[in-house]
Design a protein around this ligand. Structure first.
Ligand code: PMP
Length: 361
C-alpha cells in the first residue's frame, strides 16, 4: 500500500525517492517476486539478480540514449572512489589531469588525482564563493583529460552545455544524472553515485567509452581497473545488490513519468517556482549567478542572517526538513532531485511567503 508522505524532505542525499519505489523496495525485502526469498538474500549470480542487472542496464541505456561504444558499470565506493579510479586508469606519467574547480567536490576530485599523478586546476570560481561555473579556459596540449562537476551540490551551480575540447572529458554527475537531457557522446566518462537521483547509496554508475578501457599505464589493483569490471559485467566482486535493485525501481519510475525529457520539464517547473520566490521576496537572496543556477540544489541565504534560525524553526513546523545549507557554507540549500513532487515545492514556497507576511507585521 502506498501511504502519503508525512515529511517534506529536501535533503541533499541520500534523499527522497518516489513513494512507489519505497513501497516496492519494502515488499522485495519481505518476499521478492513471490520467490519466497528476500531480495537481500538472493545470490548475485542467480537468474533473479541477473534479470535485475540486465533490466537496469537496458533502462539506463535507453533513458540516457547511451551509444553502444560506451560501457555501463555498476560499481561501489561512491563518487569519492571515482575521484581515485579516474586518474589511476586514465592519467599516464607524461600527461596532466586538468580539473575545473567549481566547488568542494570538484576540488576533492583534484586532490585525489594529485596523489596519483601530475594534476592541475585549470580554472576556479573559488574567489567568488563558487557562485558560478568557470567557462573561460583553454585546455593545454599535455592534457590526459579534463574533469568537471556537472552539478555543484553545495553551491547550487550547474553546467547546461558540455564544453567542446580536444581531450577526453570526464563528468561527475553525482547530483544531476538524469535530471535533464544530455548528449552522452559529449563526454568520455560520466559517473554518479546513486543516492540522489538514481536510488539509494551503495551503487555508483560509470558510463565509459570502451576505447578508454585498458589504457592505464600504471600497475593498479584489479579492483580499481575499469577493464576488469567491464570484462566481468560489473560482477568482478559482489555488487551492491539491493542498491542496484532500488536503482532499477527508480529507473522504471523515470520511464513511467515519460522519460528524461518529461522529468526535465518538471525539474524546470520546480526550480522556477522556488527561484521566483527567492527573487521576488526581499527576505531571501540566491547564491548562484542566474545563468548557472542549478535545477537540483537551490542555494540561498536570508538578507538578514539573524532570521535564519527562526526560518528553520518555522520550516520544522511545516514538516520541512533537509534545507539547512552545507556545514561549510551555511544558509539554505533545497534539493529538488527528480523524485521531489511539485506539490512539495509549493508547500515550501507557501511557507516562504507566509514567513514574509509574518515578518512585516
Ligand atoms: N560528487 C558530488 C557532486 C557530490 O555531491 C558528492 C556527494 N554529495 C560526491 C561527489 C561524493 O559522493 P560519495 O559520498 O558517494 O563518495
Amino acid at each position: 500500500m502506498i501511504t502519503e508522505r508525512k515529511v517534506y524532505n529536501f535533503g541533499a542525499g541520500p534523499s527522497a525517492l518516489p513513494q512507489e519505489v519505497f513501497a516496492e523496495a519494502a515488499q522485495a525485502v519481505k518476499n521478492y517476486q513471490s520467490s519466497g526469498l528476500s531480495i537481500l538474500e538472493i545470490s548475485h549470480r542467480s537468474n533473479l539478480f541477473m534479470d535485475i542487472m540486465l533490466e537496469a542496464e537496458t533502462l539506463i541505456r535507453s533513458l540516457m540514449q547511451i551509444p553502444d561504444h560506451y560501457e555501463v558499470l555498476f560499481l561501489q565506493g561512491g563518487g569519492s572512489q571515482q575521484f581515485a579510479m579516474i586518474p589511476l586508469n586514465l592519467l599516464p606519467d607524461d600527461k596532466t589531469a586538468y580539473y575545473i574547480d567549481s566547488g568542494i567536490w570538484a576540488k576533492k576530485a583534484f586532490e585525489e588525482s594529485e596523489t596519483i599523478g601530475r594534476s592541475a586546476i585549470l580554472v576556479s570560481s573559488e574567489k567568488n564563493s563558487y557562485n558560478s561555473i568557470p567557462k573561460e579556459f583553454s585546455v593545454p596540449q599535455d592534457a590526459a583529460y579534463l574533469h568537471l562537476t556537472t552539478n555543484n551540490t553545495i553551491y547550487g551551480t550547474q553546467w547546461f552545455n558540455a564544453p567542446k575540447i580536444n581531450c577526453p572529458l570526464i563528468a561527475d554527475a553525482s547530483s544531476d544524472i538524469l535530471c535533464q537531457e544530455i548528449n552522452v557522446a559529449d563526454y568520455d566518462l560520466i559517473y554518479a553515485g546513486a543516492q540522489k537521483n538514481l536510488g539509494t547509496a551503495g551503487v555508483t554508475v560509470v558510463i565509459i567509452k570502451k576505447d578508454l578501457l585498458g589504457r592505464s599505464k600504471r600497475v593498479i589493483p584489479k579492483i580499481f581497473d575499469y577493464q576488469q569490471h567491464a570484462k566481468a559485467k560489473s560482477l568482478y566482486n559482489t555488487p551492491a545488490t539491493y542498491a542496484i535493485y532500488v536503482m532499477l525501481l527508480t529507473l522504471r519510475w523515470i520511464k513511467k513519468m515519460g522519460g528524461v525529457s518529461e522529468i526535465e520539464k518538471l525539474n524546470r517547473q520546480k526550480a522556477a517556482l522556488l527561484y521566483n520566490e527567492i527573487d521576488s521576496n526581499p527576505l531571501y537572496k540566491g547564491h548562484a549567478v542566474l545563468e548557472d543556477r542549478s535545477l537540483m540544489n537551490v542555494v540561498f541565504q536570508m538578507t538578514n542572517p539573524e532570521m535564519e534560525k527562526k526560518f528553520l524553526k518555522a520550516a520544522e513546523l511545516f514538516d520541512i526538513i533537509g534545507i539547512q545549507g552545507h556545514r561549510s557554507f551555511g544558509g539554505f540549500r533545497v534539493s529538488l532531485y527528480n523524485a521531489i513532487p511539485l506539490g512539495h515545492v509549493e508547500h515550501l514556497v507557501s511557507l516562504m511567503n507566509q514567513f514574509r507576511e509574518e515578518s512585516v507585521q
